[in-house]
Design a protein around this ligand. Structure first.
Ligand SMILES: Cc1cc2nc3c(=O)[nH]c(=O)nc-3n(C[C@H](O)[C@H](O)[C@H](O)COP(=O)(O)OP(=O)(O)OC[C@H]3O[C@@H](n4cnc5c(N)ncnc54)[C@H](O)[C@@H]3O)c2cc1C
Length: 290
């Protein structure tokens, strides 16, 4: 088994590395400082066709999450927010691909792949984050629809999204099989995106609470068969977690890049700081751990 990147992955890496250096790096600081959504970076990703990368070939992609991780890592190296724009689009994509009906896939995947549609994904509530089974949002079946009531926190991208995948429990019980994901479209009556969080980092991509007050969604907006929601969430997380790790590796590599440039440019006690052995050890440790 080969652990080397394929020629195609090396091409993606080279393209993203060049674009990141030439067109993204100079915006990174401003995006985080102003906490403004980087529409220009979104447009750039669209223009380059990068949202498409992990999608199956029929949607114009490579079908490879490793290729997606390569792109995320390279952007993460210079701009965490730009890397986040890819990640946050790919979580609803993974869920719809894992559990959506053919009709739902045809309805949403082309738009997510091209960037014409933006999505978000919401499981977290004030009392339950890692423990998805603890959600309290309820979806009550009424004829051919569901009425959803509850609230969410930390929904990233909801403020700019065309739709949010919202996790809610159906019926009266609390079993894992009661969890379902619902496609809640922007502007649906009773659905509100709250004020964005004033975050310590990743400030360009907004995270907000959601409020759902008797929100009526057609049964066709339930993702996949009844009771499959928890499994779909876990399958989507299986895809997104390595990407989150890739972004962290990019961030760590970016710290090495900055440190390395600094110690080579700075002089102290009559010599370049990079010539102090203790400093070199620290850089070596950083490289080993990245
Ligand atoms: C910037 C940001 C963006 C986010 N975006 C989204 C989003 O778009 N959609 C969404 O749904 N959520 C989002 N979240 C929420 C995120 O998914 C949760 O914060 C995460 O699941 C952890 O949940 P929690 O914060 O409630 O912590 P908890 O689950 O309460 O965990 C508290 C602590 O206990 C530890 N812990 C929990 N369970 C275990 C265990 N089994 N074993 C050992 N230790 C454990 C955790 O590691 C943590 O240290 C976002 C969060 C942040 C910070």
């Amino acid at each position: 088994m080969s652990y080397a990147l394929t020629d195609e992955q090396l091409e993606i890496q080279a393209l993203v590395r060049r674009v990141a250096r030439e067109r993204v790096a100079q915006r990174a600081d401003e995006i985080d400082r102003t906490a403004e959504y980087p529409q220009d970076m979104y447009d750039l990703l669209r223009e380059l066709g990068l949202f498409t990368v992990p999608f199956p070939a029929e949607y114009g992609g490579t079908g490879s999450m490793l290729s997606a991780a390569v792109a995320v890592e390279e952007f993460g190296r210079v701009c965490y927010n730009t890397a986040y724009l890819l990640l946050v689009q790919w979580l609803p994509f993974s869920a719809i691909l894992a559990g959506g009906s053919l009709e739902q896939q045809r309805r949403f995947l082309p738009g997510l792949a091209s960037g014409a549609l933006r999505g978000a994904f919401s499981t977290t509530e004030p009392q339950s984050g890692s423990d998805v089974s603890g959600i309290r949002t309820r979806a009550r079946k009424v004829d051919d629809s569901y009425r959803i009531t509850g609230s969410k926190i930390w929904c990233t991208n909801a403020a700019v999204s065309d739709f949010v995948l919202v996790a809610a429990k159906t019926g009266e019980g609390d079993a894992l099989g009661s969890i379902n994901l619902f496609i809640v479209e922007r502007g649906t009556k009773g659905f509100q995106v709250g004020r964005k969080e004033d975050k310590m980092g990743a400030r360009g991509v907004p995270s907000s609470p959601l409020f759902l007050d008797d929100v009526l969604v057609p049964a066709d907006n339930r993702l996949g068969p009844e009771g499959r929601g928890f499994k779909i969430v876990m399958e989507a997380f299986n895809k997104s977690r390595p990407l989150i790790a890739a972004r962290a590796i990019g961030l760590a590599q970016g710290a090495i890049d900055h440190s390395s440039a600094f110690i080579q440019g700075r002089r102290a006690f009559g010599q370049q700081v990079s010539d102090f052995q203790g400093v070199r050890w620290m850089l070596a440790d950083m490289a080993i751990q990245t």
